[in-house]
Write a new protein. Structure first.
Length: 248
């Protein structure tokens, strides 16, 4: 039996029973436990199931469609966001023209940026205020304010971004997946991120390790289009897809 056939059977069993043991799966497939274990590892890497001790569990919701508001997101993995944000801030230099995406991790960067002369463009309402208070030259995109994420979105925002040639751009993301790339729940925010990455010489996606193997509603870029700054790399395979920095 080829891998794809075994994988289909494994997923059928796991999805119908919610969980299944390695021995149980091996008996159902008529193959060895070592083969099933390798298959489960691969399916876990693809995000099609979740590997657990002694077996596999169903992925409860493979596509994350909802999103928390800014206040709620700020408190999730706050310690990891701080480490990631500090490292990202250190990559900005005085001669940079930088796009900073609306998001809680990118907002955390701002107090740690030390690049006199750098110029910033952002679609984040709070980001523009924080950067201005620190004395930086800041341009904010035109468009409509989305209250839940405090992001400025819409066609006008995309058009204003397309006028610039950024040296660097910094993005948040809701999901990182080998096949689905970087994703977010909102099409309007996805279009902003897509445009900024396209107009930047180098782009960084700031994401704690919980974002790996997650898929949200709208893909805004392939993994190869941006460097990832994270706290931990859950699967070494991602290193083959793009540049990844795991901060200490």
């Amino acid at each position: 039996m080829m891998f794809e056939e075994r994988a289909a059977k494994i997923l059928e069993i796991v999805n119908s029973r919610h969980t299944a043991g390695i021995g149980e799966l091996a008996a159902a497939l008529g193959t060895s436990e070592s083969t099933v274990r390798r298959d489960v590892i691969e399916l876990d890497r693809r995000g099609q199931l979740r590997r657990v001790h002694g077996g596999a569990a169903r992925v409860s919701n493979p596509v994350v469609t909802g999103e928390y508001d800014v206040q709620t997101k700020s408190g999730i993995h706050a310690d990891l966001k701080l480490k990631i944000a500090k490292y990202a801030a250190g990559t900005i230099h005085s001669d940079d023209l930088v796009f900073i995406d609306a998001g809680t991790t990118t907002l955390t960067m701002i107090p740690y940026i030390d690049a006199p002369g750098a110029v910033f463009v952002t679609n984040g309402f709070s980001h523009a205020k924080a950067l201005t208070q620190r004395g930086y030259a800041v341009y904010i995109t035109a468009g409509r304010l989305k209250l839940t994420t405090e992001a400025i979105v819409g066609d006008s925002a995309v058009r204003s971004i397309e006028r610039y040639n950024f040296t660097k751009s910094f993005m948040g993301t809701n999901g990182i997946d080998e096949k689905r790339g970087f994703s977010t729940p909102d099409i309007d925010e996805a279009l902003i991120k897509e445009a900024a990455i396209r107009r930047a010489y180098v782009s960084y996606v700031l994401a704690d390790s919980s974002k790996f193997r997650r898929v949200s509603s709208v893909t805004f870029a392939e993994i190869s289009s941006a460097c990832i700054i994270t706290d931990n790399i859950p699967d070494e395979h991602y290193k083959k897809l793009t540049v990844i920095k795991a901060v200490d």
